[in-house]
Design a protein around this ligand. Sequence first.
Ligand SMILES: C[S@@+](CC[C@H](N)C(=O)[O-])C[C@H]1O[C@@H](n2cnc3c(N)ncnc32)[C@H](O)[C@@H]1O
Length: 325
Amino acid sequence: MSHTNHQCDLDADCDHHDCGHHGDDHHHDGGPLAELVTVRDWLRYAVTRFNRNRVFFGHGCTNAFDEAVWLLTHALAIPADRLEPFMDACILGEERAPLLALIDRRVDERVPTAYLTNEAWLHGFKFKVDPRVIIPRSFFAELLENGFAPWVNDPERIASALDLCCGSGCLAILMADAFPAAQVVAVDLSEDALAVARDNVDDYGLNERIELVRSDLFDALAERRFDLIISNPPYVTASAMQALPPEYLHEPRMALAAGEDGLDIVRRILAHARAHLNPGGLLAVEIGHNRAIVESAFPELPFIWLTATGGSDMVFMLSAEDLPA
Ligand SMILES: C[S@@+](CC[C@H](N)C(=O)[O-])C[C@H]1O[C@@H](n2cnc3c(N)ncnc32)[C@H](O)[C@@H]1O
């Protein structure tokens, strides 16, 4: 696209004083700090860098454009959904170096944008994140949006719910929203993760409804029972861990790695869940692409596979009565 209509073009007519610049950029040797002026310029530049360097999109965006919009709008404190009016606005001299640094970190260090912006979005809910927690992207977000229908008939009747392996607390918060009468317990083994979850629970004003517990799975829960247990546990196999794009290496390893076949944590959940469910209670566990591994490891269990937009066999469900005693 031509720049001829820009008020801040770098052509001969450009008067950088009009947009708060002091003309210094004209004296640089070149490069992005000298040459890129408008939001449009920087957006184009970010998209090009992301595409040319094949950054991986798996943490909230699926393409270079959306990711660049996210990074730029956050860095410039402009609304992510109202970019158009700002496209031809100047990015001030003082704003350019920090913006370039963010793009560099995304490309050169492969830091996911969620960690650069310290925010992640899940079905309209915003969560604070940093490298102490995995970036929220669970299939449960969609399942909880409908109050876990049709498996839960009346969301008001869920009185107690457990989010096992809670990370940032995102799913516990979505459960508190989906089940307005429920007291929610959120468990993680990582103190770091629980500190982030604390921030998020505070931000949503849910201290009275969500209890955070440090526990190795069910260990610290004594005899407590729940109407619903959900878990998005670590489930990445050893071979998949070897092949992860570098972006994932910024996430806590303990949030991903789950032994040779990815079932180290799932096995323990299946062994103990029944003792923590009320009669008629439900256990739902996300296992990613491991359905075949799960089914061959537990051929006797009558798994129900839940359907979400991103896949129809990423989350299984079992009722209390179907779980091993
Ligand atoms: C895949 S992350 C899911 C986090 C969050 N529920 C989400 O969907 O974004 C798995 C979480 O399990 C926690 N974890 C790993 N092993 C655990 C264990 N033995 N007991 C409890 N939590 C554990 C990790 O610290 C991590 O926060």
